[in-house]
Design a binder for this molecule. Structure first.
Ligand code: SAM
Length: 272
């Protein structure tokens, strides 16, 4: 039986609590009461859980539903993938965030690129909360056990300086030959034979760095997608300085959101 799944707002080792809109929906629309059993994601882990208390409130934000956590259930991890997504038209951006979440992305950082339209760049800073809500809803809808991290928008230079994924891939409509699929094949970190593995730096230090990095964060790959106007030559050289690998998705120029979804779908067949 497929149970409805909730993502806890707060938790302890043995309990999980829904508050705000989620609690109001469960309490009012689904008539929650003590004893009902649901699946609840608490602190990133999926549990069977039983409602122990429903507290009604004056407004939606005052509802609270308390669960007792039972056994932990098996669940899939997010793709170990960070998407650096240059900010573009907000309705398209929201669509991309929703679909990327459904496909299992671990993190999205909106990038303020040179060719991001001025008014979008200015308003982007106020959009983060809305983008996080979209990711939360898409996580619930797609039955994820975690919510992707939607970072605040930052300039490209800052994003490249703070990127720690060892496989860094730049989607570029000017790259002619190396495809995303080949780049991912060449850099497969799970390949045991590092002597024949065609990663950009197949050396022992690289492998050590990889193993150290993997133990710190589960995100191993980053993919960057440009704005509607594309990256400027200065931005392209920043990527080169930071050792990002340009790849193509084929001969057609895709809209940024199409490129994002195609890239995650291709990456998902190579990662895990
Ligand atoms: N400035 C470009 C032009 O008009 O020719 C279009 C940029 S495209 C709409 C937005 C982003 O999608 C690009 O910066 C790139 O990251 C990605 N993209 C689009 N088509 C691509 C392709 N065929 N291969 C790789 N990336 C692509």
């Amino acid at each position: 039986m497929t149970r409805r799944r909730w993502i806890a707002d707060t938790w302890t080792d043995t309990t999980a609590t829904l508050t705000g809109d989620q609690a109001a929906h469960l309490a009012r629309v689904l008539r929650a009461e003590a004893g009902q059993v649901y699946d609840v994601v608490s602190n990133g882990f999926l549990h069977r859980a039983e409602i122990t208390r429903v507290t009604a409130g004056a407004g939606d934000q005052d509802y609270e539903v308390l669960f007792t956590l039972h056994e932990e259930l098996e669940s899939d991890a997010a793709l170990p993938l960070h998407l650096l997504l240059a900010v573009f038209k907000f309705d398209h951006m929201e669509w991309a965030i929703e679909k990327a979440t459904e496909l299992g992305i671990a993190k999205i950082t909106p990038i303020l690129a040179r060719r991001t339209e001025k008014h979008l760049a200015q308003s982007a800073l106020k959009r983060s909360e809305r983008w996080r809500r979209i990711a939360l809803e898409a996580s619930k809808q797609s039955r994820r056990t975690d919510i992707p991290d939607i970072a605040d928008p930052i300039p490209l230079k800052q994003a490249l300086e703070q990127e720690h994924s060892l496989i860094r891939i730049l989607l570029s409509e000017t790259e002619q030959s190396l495809t995303l699929a080949s780049a991912l094949d060449n850099s497969n970190p799970s390949a045991n034979d590092w002597k024949t593995c065609r990663v950009p730096h197949p050396s022992q230090p690289y492998r050590d760095e990889w193993e150290e990095q993997s133990s710190i964060t589960s995100i191993t790959h980053a993919i960057a997608i440009g704005p509607e106007g594309g990256w400027t030559p200065e931005e392209m050289s920043l990527f080169t300085q930071h050792q990002w690998q340009p790849v193509t998705l084929g001969p057609r120029i895709l809209r940024a959101e199409t490129a994002a979804i195609a890239a995650i779908a291709i990456a998902s067949t190579h990662l895990h």
